[in-house]
Ligand binder design. Structure first.
Ligand SMILES: [Zn+2]
Length: 462
């Protein structure tokens, strides 16, 4: 069956207490089908803004992995033999035995299974790909999509209240906290939709019913079967496999009457039991607010259906996730779910994580995920976890930085208002009054500061 065009599915909640961030991230990546379409790779010349290899010294006793990253002729790192990655001397034998670079199906499969092994490696400085960051001309089909969506009121606040579909096995405090998060976000940003929120528990029969409702709501009747094997399956898996704390948002914009949805599976422990611990309820509020921010982004996105190689219309990942994490933090403090010092701790943790990232993946930057071609290229270098950090930690701090340099209102409202007509890239230039390249250069200079200096720039007490 043809891949349904109606789904732009993305967006994973999460953000997190630093300790289990990686685990949660792995869960999500396993659970969620990213429906960004595939791209073909082609060779490109490289930018040389990155750390030149001559100034970079690898840690002691690295065991270089015999994989030529430069074999295609596209230079990913500056090594004569193309060996860009190596095992740290502390790397586990299990990782060394199992993790494989390469394009074969088996390499890809085991690499996914062992993806956290990248944290036991070091990479040579990454050579970024040159990109022309000029928004591409709108196609007729994008214009038609926009005219249709606007005529249907897609980008305007809706009179229809958010609807919840809740599995009956979820403890009431979790349901209440989830709704509280959703309502707080709607109060602040406006009511977009029509939106249906699905809260999936651990009971498979209950999850079946939710999957059925989800597929009826988000797909035309002739694609329901497809949905049941795709997002429907993801909903079932949430109930029985994953320990929870995950979800996804979906904008079903090709329907005659377009709708939005968010599916949330609250945290459950290794015995698949929900917890109503205070911290878990805070997470439930935040995840719902975070995902509502994706609904809000989705509502402001009308020039849909851009070609994969088009620039400026498919929102770059760090903008998409970074702004949602920024929002979840802001609303957490405003609504008194967390204290200012909790919020500051998260910023500090992310800054520290970014320092570690830069040591491990030198030269890799937010500038490397603006297009799907760049993203595929980086994916072949350091994998999804590395891209995930650019989306979440780097994206979060980038929006903190933008808010300090400009204002909260610009980040929360003005940017998205302009985004509707201009797309993510031109709206950025207009609202933040800076070219994207200049912002990257600025932000990379900020990243070189010490954590204390960075906190100072962000207006946070060290
Ligand atoms: Zn997200």
């Amino acid at each position: 069956m043809t891949k349904p065009l109606l789904v732009i599915l993305l967006l994973l909640p999460l953000s997190v207490r630093a300790a289990d961030a990686q685990d949660q991230f792995v869960n999500l990546l396993d659970t969620i089908t990213l429906v960004r379409s595939g791209v073909s790779l082609k060779s490109e010349t490289s930018e040389s803004h990155t750390v030149p290899d001559v100034d970079w010294t690898p840690p002691a006793n690295v065991e270089w992995i015999q994989h030529d990253f430069n074999a295609s002729g596209d230079r990913l790192c500056d090594a004569a033999d193309g060996f860009c990655a190596g095992w740290l001397e502390t790397a586990s034998q299990e990782c060394k035995d199992n993790f494989r670079f390469g394009d074969s199906e088996q390499d890809t499969q085991t690499r996914l299974e062992y993806e956290s092994c990248v944290y036991e490696m070091v990479f040579r400085p990454y050579l970024s790909m040159t990109v022309d960051r000029k928004a591409s001309k709108l196609t007729d089909s994008q214009k038609e999509n926009a005219a249709r969506l606007k005529a249907l009121g897609w980008n305007q606040p809706s009179a229809q209240a958010v609807a919840f579909r809740v599995a009956s096995d979820i403890p009431e405090p979790i349901v209440e906290a989830s709704k509280e998060g959703m309502f707080a976000a709607i109060d602040l940003l406006g009511n977009y939709g029509p939106l249906r929120v699905y809260i999936v528990g651990n009971d498979l029969n209950e999850a079946e019913d939710l999957a059925d409702d989800f597929c009826d709501f988000n797909y035309p009747p002739d694609q329901k079967e497809y949905c049941l094997t795709d997002q429907g399956e993801a909903i079932r898996e949430m109930a029985y496999i994953y320990p929870g704390g995950n979800g996804f948002q979906q904008s079903s914009w090709t329907l005659d009457a377009p709708v939005q949805s968010f599916v949330h599976n609250p945290y459950a422990d290794e015995n698949n039991q929900h917890s109503t611990d205070k911290d878990e309820l805070i997470r439930d509020r935040q995840v719902n607010a975070h995902e509502y921010f994706h609904v809000y982004q989705g509502a402001h996105n009308v020039y849909r259906g851009a070609d994969d190689s088009a620039f400026g219309w498919a929102t770059t990942r760090w903008v998409e996730e970074g702004s949602a994490v920024y929002f979840e933090q802001l609303i957490s403090e405003r609504s008194n779910w967390q204290t200012h010092s909790d919020i500051s701790a998260r910023v500090r943790n992310d800054l520290i994580a970014m320092k570690a990232f830069t040591t491990q993946f030198p030269g890799v930057s937010m500038r490397d995920v603006d297009t799907s071609e760049q993203t595929e290229r980086l994916l072949s270098y350091c994998g999804e976890l590395c891209i995930g950090q650019l989306q979440y930690e780097f994206g979060h701090i980038a929006f903190q930085y933008l808010a300090v340099k400009t204002s909260e209102d610009k980040v929360l409202f003005d940017y998205w208002d302009e985004y509707t007509e201009l797309g993510w890239a031109n709206a950025f230039v207009k609202v933040f009054d800076q070219s994207i390249e200049d912002f990257y250069t600025d932000f990379e200079a900020f990243l070189l500061l010490s954590v204390d200096e960075q906190l100072d720039v962000l207006g946070i007490d060290p």
